[in-house]
Design a binder for this molecule. Structure first.
Ligand code: SAM
Length: 248
């Protein structure tokens, strides 16, 4: 018996595009994505490329009009509906380049809905290149099969974050000085949530007091060891996804 060919082919390249996708839509591709498809992936006419726009799921498109530096992708059918994204935000202080990039990449892979940079007093970095972080989110989504990109918030100061915090969202505060045991605390509080992770230098006492005083804040411990900020961000997201997210 002839095996049914897998559709779309597993090896098809996957690309995020800014165009809203639908059957029959033609998507012109140039620049780096065209270089990737034409020179790296050696896409030929009629080859399939998987596309997602962050809103409408995933689509199979056929390559045509391939030239040296550009090509057209013509959408032929939907391969996956839009995904359900668990309602989880990762709020973290900016940390050094490379380490914050790692947080963006892993947050996207782990399934967060939003990455929210938060400026705190002891942050050693007070500016972030949001375009670079966005590029890391896109690359991670292309690689891990997400159809929705996480939102990327503009950096906000901690006091503004607390002031404007939505009343229906838990704010799990990763407090290196101690907090409630993680698993039981999360299990008892399903629903929209966020984790707040401090910078390399941690939170200062005034900040810690303000966070703890917030009505939606729940201080939690990530264990007896002091984790690097990026480890804490990845571990906290993993724990929430396991207990209240879509890993169940
Ligand atoms: N400089 C701080 C100190 O020595 O106490 C450590 C800060 S830690 C590198 C960065 C952030 O990761 C902390 O602000 C906290 O949000 C989180 N974190 C690290 N270890 C943690 C733990 N065991 N429990 C809860 N949060 C932790």
């Amino acid at each position: 018996m002839t095996a049914t060919p897998a559709w779309p082919p597993q090896s098809a390249p996957r690309l995020h595009v800014g165009t809203l996708l639908g059957t029959g839509v033609s998507v012109p591709i140039d620049g780096n994505p065209a270089h990737y498809l034409i020179s790296v992936m050696r896409v030929k006419p009629d080859d399939i490329v998987l596309l997602f726009d962050g809103r409408s799921g995933e689509w199979a498109a056929k390559a045509r009009d391939i030239r040296k530096r550009d090509l057209i992708l013509e959408v032929i059918s939907q391969t996956r509906p839009p995904e359900h994204v668990p309602d989880f935000w990762l709020c973290c202080a900016p940390i050094k380049k490379g380490r914050i990039d790692l947080i963006a990449e892993k947050a996207c892979e782990l399934g967060v809905a939003k990455l929210q940079p938060v400026l705190t007093r002891r942050a050693v970095v007070d500016r972030l290149n949001l375009d670079r972080l966005h590029a890391h989110l896109v690359e991670a989504a292309e690689q891990c099969g997400r159809t929705a990109l996480p939102d990327l918030g503009d950096m906000v100061k901690l006091d503004a974050l607390l002031r404007d915090w939505p009343g229906d969202r838990w704010l799990f505060f990763a407090d290196e000085t101690g907090g409630d045991p993680l698993a039981d605390t999360l299990r008892a509080r399903p629903g929209p949530a966020a984790f707040l992770i401090g910078p390399e230098g941690g939170f200062d006492p005034v900040e810690r007091e303000a966070i703890r005083a917030h009505p939606r804040s729940v201080p939690v411990s990530l264990g007896p060891r002091i984790l690097r900020a990026e480890t804490a961000a990845i571990a906290a997201t993993t724990a929430w996804m396991t207990i209240n997210g879509d890993w169940r």
